[in-house]
Design a protein around this ligand. Sequence first.
Ligand code: PMP
Length: 418
Amino acid sequence: MSDLVEVIDTNNKGIDVLSIRKEFPVLHQEVNGKPLAYFDNAATTHKPARVIAALKAYYEQDNSNIHRGAHTLASRATEHYELTRTRIKEFINAPSAEEVIFTKGTTEGINLVANTFGKKFIREGDEIIISTMEHHSNIVPWQMLCENNNAILKVIPIFNNGELDFEAYKKLLSPKTKLVAVVHASNALGTVNPIKEMIDLAHEQGAKFLVDGAQSTAHLSVDVQELDCDFLAFSAHKLYGPTGVGVLYGKRELLEAMPPYQGGGEMISEVRFEKTTYNTIPYKFEAGTPNIADVIAFEQALSFINDCGKENIQNHESYLLGYATKKCATIKGFEPVGTANDKVSVMSFNVRNTHPFDVGMMLDASGIAVRTGHHCTQPLMDWYGIEGTVRASFAVYNTTEEIDRLYESLVRIAKRNN
Ligand code: PMP
C-alpha cells in the first residue's frame, strides 16, 4: 500500500502527521481517481492498524464469552475486556471503573438513562432541558420519556453564531428542572458549550446533568470529576475505535439507585421464579453477551490517542480548523454556518445557490469526503431556516494540503452559480 498523499507537516511541531497517517490503512487509496481526503470524521473516524489488529487477534486467539468461563481463553478475553474499562476510567478520569458501562454507542447510553433514571425519577410536571443544537439522539429519548411520564421538555435557544443563549438557560432552570441533557460539542456546528458552568447551575437547582460527549471526547480533554457531570455518553467509533461500542459514565450513587435497563444474563445476582436480585454496577446495566471483540479493540484506540497526546491532537485540529475557515472565507458564495468563538474542528457551510448534496457529490468526484444534510439535527436546521449544510470535520490525520484541495474544489463549485 503506498501513501498517495504527499504530506509535509510544517504546522504542528507536537505531532508527526506523516507517521500518524501510516497507521491508517484506509487513507492510502484513490477515490474517483484522486487521493482520498477524508473530512467526515464527525460521523466516524478511521481506525488505526493497531485497532484492526486487536480485532483480528481476539478472533484468532481469544474468542470466548466473558465473565462466566473457567477456561484460559475465557479468562484472557475477560481480562482484555475489563482492561478497556480501566483505560476508559483513566481516559475520562472517572472515580472508579464500576461507573463505566459499555453500551452500543452514545444513542444507547442516552436511551439507557431515559429508560432507567427517567422511568424512576421523572414525574408528572417535572421539566427536562435540552438545547436547540441537540442531535436527534439527545432529543427523541427525552420526548418519549416526557410523553410517557407527562413531563415537560424545554429547549435552550441559540444565537445566530451557534452559541447557546446562556441567559435564557438560566431563566429556564427552576426547582422543577429534574434533568439537563446538553451536547458538549455540536456535531453540526462545532460549538463547544460552557458545560461546566451549565452543570454547576443545574446542580444549584437540584437537577442532574447528562453530557452528550459524542463529539467532545474525540477533540477535548473530558474529565468527569472536574465537570462534575452526572452522566456522560460517548461512542468509540468517533474516537478511532470500532463501531457498535459506546460508554455511559454515571455517578455511582445514581447508577446504584437506577433500575436495570434490560433483563437477562449477566445483569442478575440470583434468579428465582418468585424474585430476581440484580448484579452490582456496572454489570446490572450490561445484560447479555456484549460486543467483546470491539470493546477489546477500543483499548487500542485509546492507546493511539494517548500516544498522540490529547493536547497535540487538539492543537493540530484547531490549527486545521483555523486554516480552513480563513481560507474558505475568501470564496465568493461560501456561507459558514456556526461561527462560535469556541469550536471543535467542524466546518459547516453552504455554497450559495447550490444544494449541499450537490456540493458533496462534486467534492466526492475529486476524492474529497464530506457529509451533507441535516446531520441528525433537524430542529437546528429549521432554526437556521436551511435544509442542511456541507460539513468538513477534521481529525488528527488530516493535513493542510488536503484542505488546500478542498478549497480549490470549492472555488470551482462556487464559481458555477455565483
Ligand atoms: N450526539 C452527537 C453530538 C453525535 O454527533 C452523535 C453521532 N453523530 C450522536 C449523539 C449519536 O452517536 P451514535 O450514533 O454513535 O450513537
